[in-house]
Every structure is written in structure tokens, then in C-alpha cells.
Design a protein around this ligand. Structure first.
Ligand code: CS2
Ligand code: MG
Length: 407
């Protein structure tokens, strides 16, 4: 029996080609390289340090084939576990080890997960505009690219800045460069007066078949969420996302009991335990956990299996602030997972595609992970190194009276 391979080196690359990315590189004694995404928007250096200072030394000498054992070792061995920094670190290691396992066996990761259950993965992207004409133009542009589902975000009269929206129709990047977060004013009542009217005009414009999604981004009270949901019921939304702050899961019983609009939550969750009651009490229709922030493929497939028992589907987070490595991992899981409904895909700057050379592809509103061994992404470290980290923070939001609310 051949001598098992061993992890020989663990490196953390922090680069900022148009935006910050943190990438984990695991190299084995036999020369295999696995890549993981450790990007956490606005807290990148915390994850880089967790990996460099507390995880990398523990991995040297370990058998890279023992993916699940390594996951359990890093999760249970930390004692102080859960949370976005810890679980993004565990997730990055998990992705890298699945990548290595695929390369060691010559198999794309989806084959190691049981093989394809579908031919391609439905995706949705972002359409955005300050006013209705801009929103409709953005939607038409996205539909012209072949998307069959779009997330629609609109400006709100009386507000200067609104989550997910730019005034010039350019792509929305929430993390502003600089050492302090931008401060935005939020007015939920103004939003509730306006957003349903815009979404109604959008549905009239696109017809009944286009998937429409909307993200309330954690900003409503349970009553506001129920009222918004009820006002959108006739529009046939694909989902209404993050209606209330996700950590208070009890309130979803109130919302669920008062509206039939499909609910999606979970992009800020990091473990299956945060999803547990929402799933077992059937309080949501879609789980939004992201493969990198929720502890990797090894945990997201556990979340998928639990959700499947209650006919709840996955619609993983896929913004510009997860790298093409995490997107690849999500697509491998998606191709092999029956209750994987849709993948968010905001697209990337050409420079990011150049640095993260990937086998996954987008075509005609769908994504596919490709047939390359492992995750199918190789990172151009030299090119990435030309773009050093730059401090960037997500905005904060205050109400009109100056009190803090959720951004
Ligand atoms: C958003 C995210 O895509 C979404 O659903 O909630 O873009 C979120 O705002 C960012 O990932 C924050 O970094
Ligand atoms: Mg969201």
C-alpha cells in the first residue's frame, strides 16, 4: 500500500483585484495543491490570521485525504467554535481538501459527492436601479444575458443611499474602500411604501415566467415583514430574502403565519445548528448558506440533507464577495444535490476571472462546475500579488433619528 500523502505547506494569500479576497493554498508532499476561499467581506484579515496563526500549524503533516476528520478536528478542537471567522476558516480548509481529493483521484468534486443529479444549475443575478426605468433597463439587460431569474433592488424616494442600488446602474459593491464604514440612513416605512409598487411594475414588465427575487436585507420587524410578504403574494416571487435579522428565528413563526410569500434566509449563518429550527419548523422555503462561510462542502451538504427532509431547498449565497473558488465548490455541490434550487451569481471583473482561472462556466441562465479534477480553479499567485489588500468595510445603517439599525 502506497505511503499516504501528507500536508507539507499551508499559505494564505490576501489580494485585492477590484475587491479583497482571501485564498487558502494547501500543498502536499506529493505536490498536489488545493485551494479554498477564506474571504469574509470587511473582516478579511481576521480570517487570514485565524488560518495563519491557529490553523496552518495544525495541518502540517496531516493526511489530506481525511477531509471529514479534519473538519471535525478544526470544529470541535477549537472549543470556541461557530461564528463567521471560525467557520469561514474551517470552510476554506474543507474546500482545499476536497480540491486535493479530486486531484488525487482525477475526479471533479461533484463525482465524489455522488455524481450529477442534473445537467446544469439554474442561476440568478442582480438587477438594480434607482427608479423604475433604471430598474427595468437593468432587468432587460440581465435577461438579455440569458438569466431566467433576477434579484430586484430599487432606490427609495427620500433616501440618499439604499442597499443593493447604485444611482448610475453600475454593479453594486457594498464594501467601500477606507478605514471606516460609510454611514447610511434607512427608513423602513418609506421602503415599505415604495418597494411593492416597483416590484408590481417589474412583474407587469417581465411577464409571469421570469423568476423575481427581492432581498429585504435583515431590515424589517416581524410585522413589517408580514405586511411586505402579504403585499407581494400576487406577484409570484421566487423568494423574499432576509426579511428580519436572522439571529432572531422565533419571529419567523409570526411572519410565516401571516404570509405565503416564499422566504429565504441563511447567508449569514455558519453552522447547521443556526438553520435547524427554521428547517424543522418549516419556517422558510430556501436556505441561503454559502459554502465558504458555512464551513465548506462537508457542512453545507449536511444542511442540504436536513433541509431535504422537510422539502426545503438550497439557494446559496453567491455575491461578488465570495471568490470563484467558493463559487466552484457551490456548483460541484449543486450538481450533486437534489434539493439545490438556484445559485446566486453576480459575475466578476475580468481581472478576477484572470486571477482565478476556473473550469466552471455560465451559459443561458445556468452554471456548471466543469469536468476538471478537484474544484477546477487554479490561482495565478503572481498576478494576484500585484493587488495588495486595501482596508474596506461594509456600510452601517442608522434610522432617521440616528439610532443604529441593521445594514
Ligand atoms: C446580499 C449580499 O447577495 C446578497 O444576497 O445579501 O450581497 C451581501 O450584502 C454581501 O454579501 C455582504 O458582503
Ligand atoms: Mg442577501
Amino acid at each position: 500500500m502506497s505511503k499516504p500523502d501528507r500536508i507539507a505547506a499551508v499559505d494564505v494569500l490576501v489580494a485585492s483585484p477590484t475587491r479583497n479576497f482571501v485564498t487558502l493554498k494547501v500543498t502536499t508532499e506529493q505536490g498536489l495543491v488545493g485551494w479554498g476561499d477564506a474571504t469574509l467581506n470587511g473582516r478579511e484579515l481576521a480570517v487570514a490570521s485565524y488560518l495563519r496563526d491557529h490553523v496552518a500549524p495544525l495541518l502540517i503533516g496531516r493526511d489530506p485525504a481525511r477531509v471529514e476528520d479534519t473538519w471535525q478536528y478544526l470544529y470541535r478542537g477549537a472549543y470556541w467554535r461557530r461564528g463567521p471567522v471560525t467557520m469561514t476558516s474551517v470552510g476554506a480548509v474543507d474546500l482545499a481538501l476536497w480540491d486535493i481529493k479530486g486531484k488525487a483521484t482525477g475526479q471533479p468534486v461533484y463525482q465524489l459527492l455522488g455524481g450529477a443529479v442534473r445537467d446544469r444549475i439554474l442561476s440568478y443575478t442582480h438587477a438594480t436601479g434607482w427608479d423604475v426605468p433604471q430598474v427595468l433597463d437593468s432587468i432587460d439587460a440581465r435577461l438579455g444575458e440569458g438569466f431566467r431569474a433576477v434579484r430586484v433592488q430599487t432606490g427609495v424616494p427620500g433616501l440618499e443611499v439604499v442597499y443593493g442600488v447604485t444611482r448610475d446602474g453600475t454593479a453594486y459593491e457594498p464594501a467601500g474602500r477606507g478605514i471606516a464604514p460609510a454611514e447610511e440612513t434607512w427608513d423602513a416605512d418609506a421602503y415599505l411604501r415604495h418597494a411593492p409598487k416597483v416590484l408590481e411594475e417589474v412583474r407587469s414588465h417581465v411577464g409571469p415566467e421570469v423568476g423575481l427575487l427581492h432581498d429585504a436585507h435583515h431590515r424589517l420587524t416581524p410585522n413589517q415583514a408580514a405586511r411586505l410578504g402579504r403585499s407581494l403574494e400576487d406577484l409570484g416571487l421566487f423568494w423574499l430574502e432576509d426579511v428580519t435579522p436572522a439571529e432572531n428565528q422565533e419571529v419567523l413563526r409570526t411572519v410565516r403565519g401571516r404570509t405565503t410569500v416564499p422566504l429565504a434566509i441563511g447567508e449569514v449563518f455558519n453552522t447547521v445548528w443556526e438553520c435547524q429550527s427554521l428547517i424543522t419548523e418549516q419556517l422558510i422555503d430556501y436556505v441561503r448558506c454559502c459554502v465558504s462561510h458555512a464551513g465548506g462542502i462537508s457542512q453545507l451538504r449536511r444542511i442540504a440533507a436536513l433541509a431535504d427532509v422537510w422539502q426545503i431547498q438550497l439557494g446559496p449565497h453567491g455575491p461578488s464577495d465570495i471568490s470563484p473558488v467558493a463559487l466552484a465548490a457551490s456548483l460541484h455541490l449543486g450538481l450533486a444535490t437534489t434539493n439545490f434550487a438556484i445559485q446566486e451569481y453576480m459575475g466578476y471583473d475580468p481581472l478576477v476571472h484572470e486571477i482565478f482561472r476556473h473550469a466552471w462556466s455560465y451559459e443561458d441562465g445556468h452554471l456548471h462546475p466543469g469536468e476538471a479534477a478537484g474544484l477546477g480553479v487554479e490561482v495565478d499567485e503572481e498576478l494576484a500579488s500585484r493587488y495588495p489588500y486595501q482596508p474596506a468595510y461594509l456600510p452601517v445603517a442608522r434610522r432617521r433619528d440616528g439610532s443604529m439599525t441593521d445594514w
